[in-house]
Design a protein around this ligand. Sequence first.
Ligand SMILES: N[C@@H](CCC(=O)N[C@@H](CS)C(=O)NCC(=O)O)C(=O)O
Length: 287
Amino acid sequence: MSDSPIYVPPKIWQWNKENGGSWASINRPVAGATHEKELPVGRHPLQLYSLATPNGVKVTIMLEELLELGFSGAEYDAWLIRISEGDQFGSGFVAVNPNSKIPALLDCSAPIPLRVFESGSILLYLAEKFRALLPVDTATRAECLSWLFWQMGSAPYLGGGFGHFYAYAPMKFEYGIDRFAMEVKRELDVLDRRLAQSEYLAGSDYTIADIAVWPWYGALMQGRLYDAAEFLQVQEYVNLKRWTEKIAQRPAVQRGRKVNRISGELSDQLHERHEVSDFATKTQDKV
Ligand SMILES: N[C@@H](CCC(=O)N[C@@H](CS)C(=O)NCC(=O)O)C(=O)O
């Protein structure tokens, strides 16, 4: 990387492995497996390969909510994928998600085990499979799916844009931080205005739209993402704050947040989840 503040792009881009960003060691400009490694398979119908990033937490909250609703078919084994160590590039993982990103789900209750990747797609798949947390009437369902897809389109500005330049980039670059802080503030305002009209994103009921949005924007509101709550003055968004705090109290959310977590308080880390009793016996401060 050049030290000059002014970058003139060369005619042809070259892969510079030494760009110094926090994730530089795992970022590559090509897809596909880097090594042979089978994935483990447990005894439950659903096999989840993930990590407790906001995208991963969406799915563990969803599964815990389904179990809370009494769907025993939602029992799952959650296996840890350490993305900083390149587990997402093992051949077994790439077979479940050709995009090499967590979360990835294998449904072994189907006649032939079927793969589902992309967190929004996993939420929709599970909601349709169990007929839960997705409204049935046309208008509310459309509203729910609109917010679900809004999240999938918007969060990359929060993570890949703001989070990257504010927290991970090797130097603080005002242009990038300004551009994405502006966009994230706008997104927070979008949510705040919606939640001024409605208890949850799709209407009066909690749905997969809330499950998709909370791990990103709720975490930002609670000061758990990029240490940016003060910088973005999140307390201004009072309706979003009310929604964030209400969802944080749900038992399934509290359990889902812990699954595949490898940082933070030891009592919040459950590296792998195979049984409901693991929450009581296997958080990392007990093993
Ligand atoms: N659009 C994807 C994004 C998934 C994603 O970005 N996962 C990140 C962690 S939050 C990841 O696995 N990164 C590893 C890598 O980029 O190599 C989804 O929602 O599932």
